[in-house]
Design a protein around this ligand. Structure first.
Ligand code: HEC
Ligand code: HEC
Ligand code: HEC
Ligand code: HEC
Length: 227
């Protein structure tokens, strides 16, 4: 991350009011204090070291020792006459993992339920992500959100910066593309709110969008789109 004077002073202000150093603990993705999270673990809602949910085998299906239910919704993908890169016909890769909570069709507490490991029963489907449709018009419709599962093809779209361009504190553009090629949700967001990657005071963004966030106007967009 490029630490500007503005960001440093913002960091000091935050430090005075609350311990806000970026980390997953106490972030929006720390569900360890929820009543349904009987073991009060952070990672377990999304990852598990050994998959006990034999019938589902989520980790085998999606990698990353994934432990949360996936959505079975069908989606309308982003489309536009000026789109150049190849876009998948449905969300792929790690975006599917995000949508397992963020499309609002899957309960937040839908993860491994092995009674040997969990003290007590689950609250079932009651813990849904609140307001989970805010980023798109309706569940399953991705036309109102930035294209995902799309190849970053700077040879076809001449308005895209080279993949070697620095991308905040996360390395280069290539480093935030899944497999070095595709834009996914995690391209712009750091789900773990890691220090040096997610910009504090933003929606887990890897690059600030405003001067108030310690960046430049539309700094995230302008890193990829040379406009
Ligand atoms: C809210 C869900 C969620 C929680 C909670 C979570 N992760 Fe992740 N994790 C993801 C997703 C989604 C990915 C894939 C996207 C990415 O890498 O950004 C991932 C990727 C990873 C990876 C591989 C890529 C990398 O960043 O190194 C590791 C390792 C990892 N997580 C470890 C952890 C650990 C350890 C914890 C607990 C401290 C944790 N995660 C908590 C969702 C989560
Ligand atoms: C286990 C469920 C779960 C998974 C998996 C998950 N999220 Fe979330 N996420 C949530 C919940 C719940 C919230 C809080 C929603 C609210 O308060 O309205 C949230 C909040 C967020 C926010 C807003 C953060 C803020 O501080 O304003 C972003 C951005 C976000 N998630 C991105 C992602 C991305 C990107 C992925 C995948 C890489 C992902 N999430 C995976 C459950 C999840
Ligand atoms: C091209 C970058 C980009 C991609 C890709 C992207 N987002 Fe975002 N997202 C943003 C930006 C920028 C904001 C902040 C918008 C604002 O503050 O008005 C945001 C905001 C959010 C929020 C918080 C919204 C709120 O108002 O509380 C969530 C949740 C979220 N994104 C989830 C996702 C998920 C899930 C995906 C994949 C399906 C995704 N994002 C893909 C850039 C992106
Ligand atoms: C990681 C790089 C990256 C970031 C960051 C990013 N974009 Fe994109 N964006 C892309 C790629 C790749 C495409 C697909 C371009 C193509 O193939 O035509 C795209 C497509 C778009 C499109 C659709 C273009 C069309 O022809 O339909 C718009 C509009 C757009 N981005 C706006 C934004 C805005 C606004 C932001 C900041 C919130 C942003 N982008 C951030 C990489 C990025």
């Amino acid at each position: 991350m490029k630490l500007t004077a503005g960001l440093l002073s913002l960091g000091c202000l935050i430090a005075l009011s609350a311990p806000a150093s970026a980390q997953i603990k106490n972030s929006t993705h720390d569900f360890s204090t929820k009543t349904w999270n009987f073991r009060a673990e952070i990672c377990r809602v999304c990852h598990v070291p050994h998959d006990h949910d034999y019938t589902t085998k989520r980790g085998l299906v999606s990698g990353l020792l994934w432990n949360h239910a996936l959505s079975s919704a069908t989606y309308t993908m982003y489309t536009s006459p000026s789109l150049d890169g190849a876009i998948d016909s449905a969300p792929t890769g790690t975006s599917k993992l995000c949508l397992g909570c963020h499309d609002g069709t899957v309960a937040l507490d839908a993860f491994d339920k092995n009674p040997d490991n969990w003290v007590g029963s689950y609250l079932g489907g009651s813990a849904r992500v609140p307001g989970s449709n805010y980023w798109s018009g309706s569940t399953g419709d991705l036309r109102a959100t930035h294209p995902i599962s799309i190849v970053y093809d700077e040879t076809k779209d001449k308005g895209l910066a080279p993949k070697t361009t620095t991308f905040g504190g996360s390395g280069t553009i290539a480093d935030v593309l899944e497999g070095g090629t595709k834009v996914q949700c995690s391209t712009c967001h750091d789900v773990h709110n890691e220090a040096g990657e997610a910009v504090p005071g933003t929606h887990l963004l890897r690059i600030a969008q405003t001067t108030a966030q310690g960046g430049t106007a539309s700094g995230l967009c302008l890193t990829c789109h040379v406009k």
